[in-house]
Design a protein around this ligand. Sequence first.
Ligand SMILES: O=P(O)(O)OP(=O)(O)OP(=O)(O)OC[C@H]1O[C@@H](n2cnc3c(O)ncnc32)[C@H](O)[C@@H]1O
Ligand SMILES: [Mg+2]
Length: 209
Amino acid sequence: MRLEQSVVVVATKNKGKIREFAHAFAPLGKQVKSMYDYPDLPDIVEDGETFAENAFKKAKAVGDALQLPVLADDSGLCVDLLDGRPGVYSARFAGEGASDHENNLKLLDMLESKQLGDDTEQPLLSPARFVCALLLYHPVSGETIEAEGSVEGWITSETAGSGGFGYDPLFYLPQYGRTMAELTLEEKQAISHRGAALQQLAAKLEQQI
Ligand SMILES: O=P(O)(O)OP(=O)(O)OP(=O)(O)OC[C@H]1O[C@@H](n2cnc3c(O)ncnc32)[C@H](O)[C@@H]1O
Ligand SMILES: [Mg+2]
């Protein structure tokens, strides 16, 4: 399977992801469309147990409805001190429809309550990683291509930066001395879970993304 069209449809409603995909595909002359460009798409229930399962659900639902090849991204944050949570529940950690801000507060609350009794205030609360599963689905052949990427960092006790989305302001990268939200789009793409998954997908498609 190749990405031959000049339009790439991504089965997402996340504006942060749309911005990152648009940035990644622009140099290839490919325009990114999202679920906002197609009214009347079916609702997608993201009840899979893995990122890959949810990515398949999204790509298949939208690909079957549009009869076009569709790319989907399911991603999240896995925090060591929370035994890998919020994981596949990252988008709705603080409840269904929670904002990024509410999810960040819930994460800080949970990590800080783990530190009670610890006198020293720790700026870095726990090792963590972002994980991204990408899946390209072709509705005619039923063929799929999967890719995954991750990036290691630390959850910090104070948010910093206004770039990116989701948990980026709390995700500290020691090698940069900054949070993910303090990186430019280019810098984030070069090191992020999504950038890594896109590179793997490109290698599988034997073309540049
Ligand atoms: O399902 P779609 O419509 O694509 O949008 P979503 O926001 O619900 O996306 P997911 O179901 O994949 O949930 C991923 C959540 O994980 C977090 N996340 C994923 N990638 C991230 C990134 O690059 N930076 C910060 N947080 C991220 C963020 O909270 C997302 O809402
Ligand atoms: Mg989602």
